[in-house]
Design a protein around this ligand. Structure first.
Ligand code: NAP
Length: 352
């Protein structure tokens, strides 16, 4: 696998490239017709701009929320005709910015495109990535990037995880969930997890070290969870919402914490989701329900980055990737996030 850690410094400046645009808002599950693959001419760079040729692009469940024209309460909806924003890593192939050298590797948020013209003033500022022999550039879309910060800040800052406690993690074979399981085990917590398949249960139990794993497709999670919750759950790291959140509320110990990271079970819903039927248990048990976005913890980047880099370099943080090839495969890969078609981080490989 090539990457910013590799020796290649080829810097061919393309004259044109392809990008994916959102052309209609999905109703329910997105389909191919919601997107268009478009070829664009490379513009001349203005002073301060630089051109990045992408190597890897991230596919993230929350992008689906921005494909709703009324995504109130979250980031603004994507406009029709817009390239959906997502994190990507690539190499600078042309620069009129004195701070950014040709050959530099950049983590940026310009989305589903083979190339990006940046100037450092974007609403999510790009980060220059340090080259390091033990790391691949794609790691900056996973353990060393925003999913890693989400897991780290969600578990330790929001969840205030302590050794000896029990944490329940949903979507535990996914990018964020898998890292939460491993961070929690390394900190001395008991980990209970849920996943969608037996194969994922094996991975999360054997490779990540979870103490008990349930496959939520084997039954009703509200019946499955109490069988493995032992004396109860101190922390629920919620990636799913819906029935999982109801199950967790019922199994929480008094004064427990629920980390509201995401609710993927409802992202394709056209109607607003319903509240958990047993929400009053939060009152009765004195629970803290704490929502967060990783960007609220960006000030933790350096500490998180040092911690995670050490784990990755020592082979103590397993971060598998599910790779789809090329821009044209993006709609299909994106859909798979909602049917469990990924293990670890879902990424798109561009032109390698
Ligand atoms: P991911 O877990 O790698 O991929 C999504 C996984 O969710 C799928 O593989 C599938 O696994 C599971 N899933 C999909 N639909 C489901 C359903 N109806 N019920 C139960 N499980 C379902 O994705 P990720 O990027 O790590 O994100 C995980 C969650 O964190 C998402 O909710 C995302 O929006 C959220 N998130 C939040 C932040 C933040 O700043 N708060 C940042 C990043 C991500 P199974 O096969 O196990 O079903």
């Amino acid at each position: 696998m090539t990457g910013c850690s590799g020796s290649s410094t080829a810097t061919v400046r393309p004259n044109k490239w392809q990008e994916i645009r959102l052309v209609s808002y999905p109703v329910g599950e997105p389909h191919d017709g919601n997107f268009a693959l478009v070829e664009v001419e490379a513009p001349d760079l203005e002073v301060g701009e630089y051109l990045v040729s992408n190597e890897w692009i991230s596919l993230d469940p929350a992008q689906r929320l921005r494909m709703n024209p009324n995504s109130a309460g979250y980031l603004p909806p994507f406009r029709l005709g817009e390239v959906p924003a997502s994190w990507a890593v690539g190499r600078v192939v042309s620069s009129r910015n004195p701070s950014v050298a040709v050959g530099a590797c950049v983590l940026h948020n310009s989305g589903w495109s083979e190339c990006a013209v940046l100037n450092g003033c974007e609403s999510r500022p790009p980060r220059l990535i340090d080259r390091h022999p033990a790391l691949r550039s794609v790691d900056f879309l996973g353990p060393l990037g925003w999913p890693g910060l989400t897991a780290y800040a969600g578990l330790f800052d929001v969840g205030r995880a302590q050794p000896g406690e029990t944490v329940f993690v949903s979507a535990a074979a996914g990018a964020v969930g898998g890292m939460v399981v491993q961070l929690a085990k390394a900190r001395g917590l008991r980990v209970v997890a849920s996943v969608g398949t037996r194969e994922k249960a094996d991975l999360v139990g054997r490779e990540y070290g979870a103490d008990a794993v349930v496959c939520y497709r084997d039954g009703d999670i509200r019946e499955l969870l109490p069988r493995v919750a032992g004396n109860g759950i101190d922390i629920y790291f919620d990636n799913v919402g819906g029935d999982h959140l109801e199950a967790a509320l019922a199994s929480m110990r008094p004064y427990g914490r629920i980390v509201l990271c995401g609710s993927i079970a409802s992202y394709n819903d056209s109607e607003a989701g319903r509240a958990p039927a047993n929400l009053f248990l939060a009152t009765a048990k004195g629970l803290i329900l704490h929502g967060f976005l990783a960007r609220m913890y960006e000030h933790r980047w350096d500490e998180f980055s040092d911690h995670m880099r050490t784990l990755v370099e020592r082979g103590q943080m397993k971060a598998p990737m599910t790779v789809v090839e090329g821009l044209e495969a993006i709609p299909q890969g994106f859909r798979k996030l909602f049917s469990g078609g990924n293990v670890g981080k879902m990424v798109v490989r561009i032109g390698q």
